[in-house]
Design a protein. Structure first.
Length: 125
């Protein structure tokens, strides 16, 4: 009985104790796709419960990736919420995945800024 058995729609990546679910969609299908993500998350929560584990919504996040024009036209308030264990997740502008900062507009500026700050602080030591 594998963790992926109840994940039917989303693609997934699993590394140590990090699980990422992701799905691609066209903007006009986003509501129906979010419903499918929520179904996979519900199945995943049930799998965790059967194995004595809990999904922590406070350590979970969701993000919509796209180019700047798409994000500007996307009324995030109208996008259905992602739900884990009856708790809504807030859509983020950036998330950290295995130590890398991913931004919703597909820019690398936040990640580059962190690397530059670390580099400057190491040079000054």
């Amino acid at each position: 009985n594998r963790i992926s058995d109840g994940i039917f729609t989303c693609k997934r990546s699993l590394y140590a104790d990090d699980l990422n679910l992701y799905i691609s969609t066209k903007i006009d299908q986003i509501s129906s796709r979010v419903a499918l993500v929520n179904k996979d998350l519900d199945n995943l929560s049930n799998w965790f419960a059967r194995h004595g584990l809990v999904v922590n919504p406070r350590k979970s996040s969701c993000i919509i990736f796209g180019h700047s024009r798409l994000l500007a036209n996307l009324p995030v308030l109208d996008v259905p919420k992602i739900v884990i264990n009856d708790e809504f997740l807030e859509y983020k502008d950036e998330i950290r995945c295995l130590g890398i900062i991913l931004q919703n507009n597909l820019s690398w500026s936040s990640q580059i800024n962190v690397i530059c700050r670390k580099s400057r602080s190491q040079r000054s030591e």
